[in-house]
Design a protein around this ligand. Structure first.
Ligand SMILES: Cc1cc2nc3c(=O)[nH]c(=O)nc-3n(C[C@H](O)[C@H](O)[C@H](O)COP(=O)(O)OP(=O)(O)OC[C@H]3O[C@@H](n4cnc5c(N)ncnc54)[C@H](O)[C@@H]3O)c2cc1C
Ligand SMILES: NC(=O)c1ccc[n+]([C@@H]2O[C@H](COP(=O)([O-])OP(=O)(O)OC[C@H]3O[C@@H](n4cnc5c(N)ncnc54)[C@H](O)[C@@H]3O)[C@@H](O)[C@H]2O)c1
Length: 685
């Protein structure tokens, strides 16, 4: 049986965009890593649009690359059209965007994952997380969001003892649906739209994570048992059409740029076949069909309770909410060079299939189109993100990290950025755990009470549990927890290590709002929380002049080197590049139209932007320096807000709910006023 109950430093649950970044980062940092995903055939699958990048998202991809992640390299190898968006506007809002051959993208990702040393894949579904109680108290009022989240589970009876005792827990093992019990040091959850997933197309609805793929059940109940607040969100996707059934002759062609800027700082150039996109518009007839059938949309009939993405509305939402608009622009995008499917960007819908067919055929060129996959909506569970530290580690459970759509975000890039940070921090935690807590050992055969079986009267995971079934699951979980924890604790004691219940300390990687869009994203999530799918915009970043896509390596290379994901040689090369940029900027500041005396083209281009915006950048730097003083002023995790009598009850509750780590983070909690921050400063000094 050796191997079946093996143990790992880091387990990553889910092989989507967040999951592969987390797993690759951890393995590259030298930790023995297991990527457990429902099916390895869908690693890094693009659920929706076949593109990577775009406004603000493109910057995130370049940051991922600078920090040692994979997304930039994958898209450089699989792109089929490139455009620099906002070329006519300032550098702060320009962004690269590429159409992807989504099949190639996914298979390249799988190949990278499967061939990376220290990284192992396992096709299974994680149903439970086992923890032990630690000696550290839980930050008080940790889940004050309770009672405000749509679809929230509030049963307190089934909580673990540690959750009831108000102690922080510490992850010890994961359990899979087929009954594997795997001891681990840390875990990253990246479950996307699959937890409790449900698909909606008109009157049809069924359990589903993504069309044709099973939803994942059990883990949400496990998270609730550990004391986490979960809620429901929704997202949607357009229909896919077979290209040969569309007449392209009347459609406007949208070609890509001639110059391709690679996403990866390590790719000097990208040479790939380029194919065009097309433009088409909805019309009065399209809108009429949608309006006539709006009552059959699950969004409008009240079947869907989860909140959908505000900034990427379905076509039924656009037609109903913006009734004055006569037409909506759609992009017709190829999905892959190897298939005939095309994607209609802007036409997300969950109306019945016959209605989708009817309104599609009102589009010029689409009169005889064949829908190969209907548009649909998916509703899924997410974990309210104010329950996380800025490292993406959960406050309740040490060693447990969440990343991607499970945190309430939407988008491949947002997911990947979080996955990378969570993976790096899970690896740093595991490193420290290894040092402080000693070795792990395998669980023994027969310890697992799951497997779930489909046999009558056997315990089975399903979309709706009765309270009795949830309690039964809790009993199984208690037994497994006891068995695996005793084994691990005894094993460590035999080696003279008494730290089983202690949480190992480590210095996490936390990105500032002035350092990366990924920093803005995570700070927004953990400070403000979200009750609707969150996506990134340039407007969310107050220091966007510093967050240009072309200088992500300047901001992040040193951090990547320090955590051990990039080599010294890679860091030195970036240092040298920016020394040259400084020299070139000096020349340009003296003479704005100077000729390039021989610097590499990219160095000269960055210097030109730096010189042109020097005054604004300096002003922004001064603001950053001022903010930094306050930003980094540390607030102890157990700070007693009750000892500030002048603090209003509402502000105290909010501060206790989020438990900000710094004054900067405190100042961004919605509803916290400058006067509250002044008060805090007095008491913290
Ligand atoms: C219908 C739809 C439309 C969308 N539209 C867009 C869009 O147009 N553009 C965009 O940018 N984003 C879109 N999104 C969102 C985008 O797909 C996600 O934001 C992104 O894929 C999230 O990445 P992730 O890694 O968090 O999760 P996912 O990519 O969803 O990956 C999660 C992975 O985890 C696995 N998994 C889940 N639970 C378990 C478990 N318990 N055990 C083992 N494995 C598990 C799943 O099988 C899956 O492989 C859409 C999503 C859907 C479903
Ligand atoms: N369906 C969902 O639930 C959901 C949720 C979140 C995001 N999304 C998707 O996320 C993606 C990213 O959103 P976005 O609107 O910022 O990105 P985008 O890259 O699709 O669009 C950004 C801008 O790029 C331009 N653009 C779009 N498609 C283009 C094309 N084919 N060729 C050239 N230029 C094009 C447009 O001017 C657009 O305003 C979208 O495709 C959207 O469908 C979907």
């Amino acid at each position: 049986m050796a191997g079946f109950y093996d143990f790992y430093d880091v387990a990553v649950v889910g092989g989507g965009h967040a999951g592969i970044e987390a797993a690759l980062a951890s393995a590259r940092m030298g930790l023995k890593t297991l990527l457990i995903t429902q099916t390895v055939d869908s690693i890094s699958r693009m659920s929706c649009n076949p593109s990577i990048g775009g406004i603000a998202k493109g910057n995130i991809v370049r940051e991922i690359d600078a920090l040692g992640g994979e997304m930039g390299k994958l898209i450089d190898k699989s792109m089929i059209q490139f455009r620099m968006l906002n070329k006519s506007r300032g550098p702060a809002v320009q962004a690269p965007r590429s159409q992807a051959d989504k099949l190639l993208y996914s298979s390249l990702a799988r190949q990278t994952v499967e061939t990376t040393p220290n990284l192992f894949t396992l096709m299974d579904t994680v149903v439970d997380l086992l923890t032990t109680e630690s000696e550290t108290p839980l930050p008080p009022a940790e889940s004050a969001q309770s009672g405000q989240i749509p679809g929230e589970f509030t049963e307190k009876d089934v909580l673990t003892e540690a959750a009831k005792n108000g102690k922080r827990q510490k992850i010890t093992a994961v359990v899979t649906e087929r009954g594997r019990l795997i001891p681990v040091r840390s875990v990253v959850l990246t479950t996307g739209t699959f937890l409790g997933g449900r698909i909606f197309i008109g009157e049809y609805d069924a359990p589903c994570g993504r069309i044709g793929e099973q939803a994942a059940f059990g883990l949400t109940q496990s998270l609730n048992r550990l004391g986490f607040t979960t809620g429901r969100l929704k997202t949607g996707t357009p229909p896919r059409i077979l290209k040969h059934t569309v007449d392209f002759s009347s459609l406007e062609i949208q070609a890509g740029d001639d110059v391709i800027v690679p996403f990866s700082f390590e790719d000097e150039e990208v040479t790939r076949p380029q194919v065009p996109c097309h433009l088409v518009y909805t019309n009065a007839k399209t809108h009429e069909i949608i309006r006539e059938n709006i009552g059959r949309s699950p969004l409008y009939s009240g079947k869907i309770h989860g909140i959908g993405p505000r900034y990427c509305p379905s076509i039924e939402d656009k037609v109903m909410r913006f009734a004055e608009r006569e037409r909506h622009q759609l992009f017709v995008e190829p999905e892959s060079l190897a298939t005939d499917e095309i994607y209609l960007n802007g036409l997300s819908s969950s109306l019945p299939e016959e209605v989708q067919d009817a309104f599609l055929r009102t589009l010029p060129g689409f009169e005889n189109c064949h829908v190969a996959r209907p548009g649909y909506a998916v509703e899924y569970d997410y974990v309210e993100p104010t329950q996380l530290f800025p490292s993406l580690e959960t406050k309740r459970v040490a060693g447990l990290f969440n990343a991607g759509q499970i945190n309430g975000t939407s988008g491949y890039e947002e997911a990947a950025g979080q996955g990378l940070v969570a993976g790096i921090n899970a690896a740093l935690y595991a490193r420290s755990h290894k040092e402080k807590c000693g070795s792990l050992c395998m669980a023994k055969s027969g310890m697992g009470q799951v497997p779930a079986s489909a046999e009558p009267n056997a315990f089975a995971f399903k979309s709706h549990f009765t309270l009795e079934e949830i309690k039964h699951f809790a009993e199984i979980s208690e037994k497994e927890t006891h068995a695996v924890n005793s084994l691990l604790e005894d094993f460590q004691k035999q080696q003279g290590n008494e730290n089983f219940h202690k949480i190992p300390e480590y210095e996490p990687l936390i990105l500032g709002r002035d350092e990366a869009y990924i920093g803005v994203l995570i700070d927004d999530l953990v400070t403000l929380g979200t009750k609707e799918p969150y996506r990134m915009f340039t407007a969310r970043a107050e220091y966007r002049l510093k967050l240009r896509h072309d200088t992500a390596d300047r901001r992040l290379a040193e951090k990547a080197f320090k955590v051990g994901i990039k080599t010294q040689a890679q860091f030195e090369a970036t240092k040298l590049k920016y020394q040259q940029v400084e020299e070139a900027t000096e020349i340009l500041l003296k003479k704005a139209d100077a000729e390039n005396p021989g610097f590499p083209a990219i160095v000269w281009e960055i210097a030109q932007e730096d010189a042109k915006y020097k005054y604004y950048i300096e002003k922004q730097d001064a603001r950053v320096a001022k903010m930094h003083k306050m930003e980094h002023f540390h607030i102890p995790a157990d700070f007693d807000y009750g000892k500030i009598p002048a603090l209003s009850g509402e502000s105290r509750q909010k501060l206790e709910a989020v438990r900000p780590l710094t004054l900067g983070q405190a100042s961004r909690i919605s509803g916290i006023r400058n006067s509250d921050i002044m008060l805090l400063m007095v008491y913290l000094k």
